[in-house]
Design a protein around this ligand. Structure first.
Ligand code: BGC
Length: 256
């Protein structure tokens, strides 16, 4: 692994597993990322093997902190209670143990939206932002991160609020736009309802919109009609990897 990187980040998504060495001084990749498609049967064994393959491809040495952004609410000392978009065999496992065993080294695991939110606050669109920031990721599902005055309140799972009688991510995620072939404008109508719901319950000061689709933000952000400022993620789809690496580095320092 290139020596301008201080940590390594992996982002496990519903369609791809992406990884890169991260330069934490600038909050960016130190080398181009690599991506492997998420196995169709995305069991702990299959996904663990892909994460290990990515570590091997980058020749990540043992002293480098490794962080993994994971698409479910994760508590380091508890078995997983809920999984929306990967194989149900994950439920009941300790994700941190599963992935550490698969990699043959300790890795630290953080919810993927929380990782993205942390990266946006540390290096990106929400840097220096006071009050309540809600960072959202629009992809296979909807991920959310609540950050109050720079402090993360983890595992918020607001993509599963009920909207129009449905799990919100089944109504407004980017994958729904693809599947239903909605125009960006039509999709923005759905997003307006979703962000209004968040406004109603949380009175946030600032929204950040991440996920792969954030690179097309000019097509849908102007059509989201809400009162709170809403901007595209600055780190775009890199935020999960950068945030996971940042968090792993902090944890390694903290644990000595
Ligand atoms: C999961 C969240 C995750 C989000 C984005 C949701 O279905 O429950 O934990 O952050 O998808 O991947």
């Amino acid at each position: 692994m290139i020596d301008t990187a201080q940590a390594f980040g992996v982002d496990i998504g519903g369609s791809g597993i992406k990884a890169a060495p991260v330069d934490l001084t600038i909050g960016d990749f130190a080398e181009p990322r690599k991506k492997i498609l998420t196995p169709e049967h995305s069991t702990p064994e299959a996904v663990g093997a892909v994460v290990k393959q990515l570590l091997d491809r980058f020749e990540v040495s043992d002293d480098v902190p490794v962080g993994v952004a994971f698409p479910a609410p994760v508590k380091p000392d508890r078995p997983l209670s809920f999984m929306a978009n990967l194989d149900q065999a994950w439920v009941g496992t300790n994700v941190q143990d599963v992935l550490s065993d698969a990699c043959g080294r300790p890795v630290s695991v953080v919810n993927d939206a929380d990782a993205a939110g942390l990266a946006e606050v540390q290096y990106g669109a929400a840097k220096g932002q006071k009050g309540l920031v809600i960072a959202t990721t629009l992809g296979t599902g909807i991920g959310t991160a609540l950050i109050y005055n720079g402090v993360l309140i983890p595992n918020s799972e607001l993509g599963h609020l009920i909207l129009d009688g449905k799990d919100a991510e089944k109504y407004a995620a980017s994958s729904v736009r693809d599947r239903k072939k909605l125009s960006y404008k039509k999709w923005a109508g759905r997003l307006t309802k979703y962000y209004r719901l968040l406004e109603h319950y949380f009175s946030p000061d600032f929204f950040v919109v991440g996920g792969g689709v954030s690179r097309m933000s000019e097509k849908f952000l102007p059509h989201i009609k809400i009162d709170t400022p809403i901007v595209a993620a600055k780190l775009r789809n890199q935020a999960g990897i950068v945030g996971a690496a940042y968090q792993a580095d902090l944890q390694q320092k903290h644990l000595g």
